[in-house]
Design a protein around this ligand. Structure first.
Ligand SMILES: *Cc1c(COP(=O)(O)O)cnc(C)c1O
Length: 383
């Protein structure tokens, strides 16, 4: 089976991990900072904090922004469940903004309308989480303008988008947001096995995230309230977690960061090639907004015949050994969210999109020959 995503791990990556395994520090050592530095430099941001996955990164971002009971977090229904769950971890409520039918990202028009009616009912969000779906950045300038008008904070869920570009700046520079989070799961752009990163230019948020990532414990004077009993002394000053990344993972991450440009180049090349080879078929190909350049975590086509036809194509591709996938089942249709009161029909664009979406395999190691096979299989299924 040709998978839909796959990591690229070299001998050099393995050597980097081995070096850490032979060192004194398997966790809480110097390799974490090395990896964090490579991400701050790549993103032109001032702080990056490595954590054990992007789900915890989102949770810490919400905690740092003081999200709690009575607050609202808004995100898109066309995402992985983690983008919404982070609000519920904090005891806050979630709501969704429907997607734009072209970009599949949160619709700016729908966001503006929903903010205006939320203002009337006094239920404005404290945080909005735009998700750069498939790697294509959201319209962050517009979202930031709305954030200033309606006073909400912004967390960019950039799990798909390390290496993406928006208005001449790389995603992660936090020019239009408070915090950006990345995921390093093996199907994403770079990997650490499990892993995530919180990026911010705000030193106060960074300090809070650093504290909460490690039990809410500090040994540093400005954060401590009591007098030190001695060199062993530490204080728990907040309710934190153990959301740390290991140095073993960070070694893989730092080594992968050296090749991020070639990963993204290869993804863009393959996406461009899909575009050429699939032209003229009864499919809707991904659009690229002129303000953005996607890192192409995913290459999603829409099967124009509708849900039954998509199912037939999906099954046919899988039978032919092509590991197509579907991103995403709208979050509000999940049974857990249905129990919270969301209903089918609430976000029609996301639901309609879901009925047609098909993610084709895309990863740096995908050969042109395998890509040709994928295209030929799809062509013959479409008749
Ligand atoms: C993968 C993903 C996450 C969660 O990442 P983990 O590192 O697996 O916790 C969050 N949001 C989106 C959009 C994702 O694709």
């Amino acid at each position: 089976m040709i998978p839909y995503g796959h990591q690229d791990v070299t001998e050099e990556d393995i050597k980097a991990v081995e070096e850490v395994l032979r060192s004194d520090w398997l966790t809480q050592g110097p390799t974490i900072e090395k990896f964090e530095r490579s991400v701050t430099e790549f993103c032109s941001a001032s702080n990056a904090l490595a954590v054990c996955n992007a789900t915890t990164a989102l949770h810490l971002a919400c905690r740092a922004l003081d999200l709690g009971p009575g607050d609202w977090l808004w995100t898109t229904p066309n995402t992985f469940v983690a983008s919404a769950n982070c609000a519920l971890y904090c005891g806050a409520s979630v709501d969704f903004v429907d997607i734009d039918p072209q970009s599949y990202n949160m619709s700016i028009v729908a966001l503006r309308d929903k903010l205006e009616s939320a203002k009337q009912s006094g239920r404005l969000p404290k945080i909005v989480v735009p998700v750069h779906f498939a790697g294509q950045p959201c319209q962050m300038r517009e979202i930031r303008q709305l954030g200033e008008k309606y006073k909400f904070a912004i967390i960019e869920d950039a799990a798909h988008a390390i290496g993406s570009v928006y208005l001449d700046g790389v995603v992660g520079n936090c020019r239009f947001s408070d915090i950006t989070v990345f995921s390093f799961h093996p199907v994403k752009i770079i990997t650490t096995g499990e892993g995530g990163m919180v990026v911010t230019n705000n030193p106060k948020l960074a300090a809070k995230i650093r504290l909460l990532r490690s039990h809410g414990i500090t040994r540093e004077l400005p954060g401590m309230v009591g007098d030190s009993d001695g060199a062993w002394y530490y204080e728990q000053v907040d309710l934190g977690y153990n959301y740390r990344m290991t140095d073993i993972q960070a070694a893989l991450g730092a080594s992968q960061m050296k090749r991020i440009a070639s990963f993204v180049d290869r993804r863009r090349y393959l996406a461009g090639r899909y575009g050429t080879l699939l032209a003229g078929l009864p499919l809707k190909l991904p659009m690229q907004h002129p303000d953005t350049s996607s890192a192409y975590h995913l290459y999603v086509v829409r099967v124009l015949g509708g849900p039954r036809e998509r199912r037939r194509i999906f099954d046919g591709m899988r039978s032919a050994g092509v590991g197509v996938n579907v991103h995403y089942i709208p979050v509000h249709l999940q049974p857990y969210y249905q129990r919270l009161g969301f209903r089918r029909g609430d976000y029609p664009n996301a639901e309609h999109y879901y009925g047609e979406a098909l993610s084709l395999p895309l990863y740096p190691g995908l050969s042109d020959t395998d890509q040709n096979y994928i295209v030929e299989t799809l062509k013959s299924l479409l008749g």
